[in-house]
Design a protein around this ligand. Structure first.
Ligand code: ADP
Ligand code: ZN
Length: 601
């Protein structure tokens, strides 16, 4: 039907070039080989199995863990004129039968199935009765029992190899870590598969970590100054906070919706659908929101609480900028986060070994927050990748952090902890250092301590920052037996004894000049046209009840703005405009562009 991957890429998908390892993966599969593909979110995994599935004779079968994911991809394929369908147990019986019949008649090019549906005898029998071009196992990390996306049915997918020994299989994931990789190979019998492992860097994401001061205001300012009308996700540590923050943002003029596991399934689904289908909506959520969010134009992911590990942070921030356009990973964190997370860990009922490992993960996360060099280097190093040069696209690269010799102030802070009996919280300790005669201080006779009023060189905020950094470095810890009182840890000894010095970061003023500009992907003079194109896309999407990005991606609309095509021939060169879409939408969008030109004339 199609002679080569290249013509299919151009004519069907409207793209001129393969990215990264796409071509190698596709050729390998077209030739009948098995493959394991590790590629970051937004890397372009879908094409890797869609193109070989269409080139090889027979129907391509894609196994995917979430209905929403399947529906998204099937809608996108149908837009391109590909005969694709989904099959899952939440569909009514008649529809299921109808789709099975289509498959049996050889009328389908691609079939997306849920794992439990695939494993039913009925479905396996049906698949044996038709030629299959390949099996793609999407989100293959769901096979790992140690990950949070574990799906028991994935373990049984090893049956594919026995039942369909001649059909090539490809497993794909964006999850990076080594043990998960090994498990995928073992569980899915992919020992013979060629492995295609890409860099996990997401160069279009800008990482930023700020000190938490007035959390809500900082967030609002970030959204209003940089992401007016963008879609974004705000992660919070608790359901209560989700509800409060979503409400507060809405009242402050940001279109925001809540999402957490405490809401009814209906309410959750409704909010999720709105997030996917509308432009410029902010979802305030717990980590319950995420897998299956395939929306390509999420422009920012904000964390108002510290994630518990770098893995979580990377996965959550990875939902920004799937389309490859500039996006932000923005986080605020403060002293309370450190105290709270450490405490929760200490009090938890987990096994000691697990606790220690969780503690290690949290420490690595804190290290990422406090680092004064390139954050991307630290992130990638955590996943075993070595980024040679500083990235130039994180806060530390863009606005280098000032540090100062904090040996003296750190020693004052530590001895204040010691002299007051290792029982008090940071606020009280800071009051002692500043020499504030509060009631609590007088009661405890802390105005008689040798550390009383010895810290006038810093203000309250700066002292809190010193304590936060000492906590992050494990020099001190909060003690749950005395309600979060701060105690000394053995690591602080050399510092206290004057055998070691310490560099501390000078926290940035919150109102730093950098990053005030709107981070919309278009120039100011094109905003009008951008909006008209998006309106047109939305109108078409609503007519067909599909999400707007299924019609055209943001990247395609931006390319239209840049290239300003004036006829169908020129329009056909816009990336993302394949034959079918040129046919269906070419004239409509040419109309919008022409109208804009006329308005300018
Ligand atoms: P993943 O599944 O790896 O997260 P997708 O398959 O959804 O990524 O692809 C991300 C985006 O990149 C999609 O909008 C897709 O159309 C686009 N894309 C993929 N391959 C190419 C390519 N070769 N050229 C241009 N755009 C591409
Ligand atoms: Zn950097």
């Amino acid at each position: 039907m199609y002679d080569s991957p290249q013509t299919l890429l151009l004519n069907l998908f409207g793209y001129e070039q393969f990215r990264g390892q796409q071509a190698a993966i596709i050729n390998h599969l077209v030739d009948g080989g098995d493959a394991l593909v590790l590629m970051p979110t937004g890397g372009g995994k879908s094409l890797c199995f869609q193109i070989p599935a269409l080139i090889r004779p027979g129907m391509g079968v894609v196994i995917s863990p979430l209905i929403a994911l399947m529906q998204d991809q099937v809608m996108a394929l149908q837009q391109l004129g590909v005969k694709a369908q989904t099959l899952h147990s939440a569909m009514d019986w008649q529809t299921q039968q109808h789709i099975e019949q289509q498959a049996l008649n050889g009328e389908l090019q691609m079939l997306y199935v849920s794992p439990e549906r695939l494993l039913s005898q009925r479905c396996l029998d049906m698949l044996k009765a038709v030629p299959i071009s390949l099996f793609a196992i999407d989100e293959a990390h769901c096979v790992s029992q140690w990950g949070h996306d574990f799906r028991p049915e994935y373990l049984q997918l090893d049956c594919l190899q026995q039942s369909f020994p001649k059909v090539p299989r490809v497993a794909l994931t964006a999850t990076a870590d080594g043990p998960t990789q090994a498990e995928m190979v073992k569980r899915l019998h992919l020992q013979q598969a060629q492995q295609f492992i890409s860099s996990f860097d997401r160069p279009n994401i800008r990482y930023r970590v700020l000190q938490k001061q007035k959390g809500k205001q900082q967030l609002l300012h970030f959204i209003q100054s940089q992401h007016q009308d963008s879609a974004g996700i705000v992660y919070c540590g608790s359901r209560k906070k989700v509800d409060e923050l979503a409400h507060w943002l809405s009242q402050s003029g940001v279109t925001a919706l809540p999402y957490h596991a405490g809401m009814s399934a209906d309410h959750r689904n409704q909010n999720q659908t709105r997030f996917l289908q509308e432009d410029g909506l902010v979802m305030v959520a717990t980590i319950a929101f995420g897998m299956g969010i395939d929306k390509p134009n999420v422009r920012f992911v904000a964390h108002t609480d510290l994630p518990k590990s770098i893995e979580s942070y990377y996965q959550e921030t990875g939902r920004a900028g799937r389309d490859g356009l500039p996006a932000d990973a923005w986080m605020i964190y403060g002293l309370q986060d450190v105290v709270w997370l450490r405490q929760r860990l200490l009090e938890s009922e987990m096994d000691e070994a697990i606790k220690r490992s969780e503690q290690g993960k949290l420490d690595a996360m804190l290290g990422l927050c406090e680092v004064t060099s390139c954050r991307r280097q630290v992130l990638l190093a955590y996943f075993g990748e070595n980024l040679k040069d500083a990235c130039g696209n994180c806060d530390n690269c863009l606005e280098p952090v000032a540090t100062f010799d904090g040996t003296e102030v750190a020693r004052k802070a530590l001895s204040c902890v010691y002299r007051s009996g290792q029982r008090f919280g940071v606020s009280h300790l800071v009051d002692i250092l500043l020499g504030k005669p509060t009631d609590k201080i007088k009661q405890a006779s802390h105005d008689k301590l040798s550390t009383f009023a010895i810290g006038q060189e810093l203000d309250q905020k700066q002292w809190r920052s010193v304590f936060r950094q000492l906590l992050a470095q494990g020099m001190i810890a909060s003690d749950p037996t005395v309600y979060g009182g701060i105690k000394l840890m053995p690591q602080c000894r050399p510092l206290l004894k004057g055998e070691q010095s310490i560099q501390l970061r000078l926290d940035r003023k919150v109102s730093s000049k950098a990053g005030k500009k709107q981070r919309t992907p278009v120039a100011a003079e094109d905003l009008g046209l951008w909006q008209s194109l998006r309106d047109q896309r939305m109108a078409l999407a609503q007519e067909q009840s599909v999400p707007p990005y299924v019609i055209f991606s943001d990247a395609t609309l931006l390319a239209m703005i840049e290239m300003k095509p004036i006829n169908l021939a020129q329009m056909s060169h816009v990336p993302g405009v394949g034959e079918k879409k040129l046919d269906r939408y070419g004239d409509t969008f040419l109309g919008v562009l022409a109208e804009h030109e006329r308005a300018l004339a």
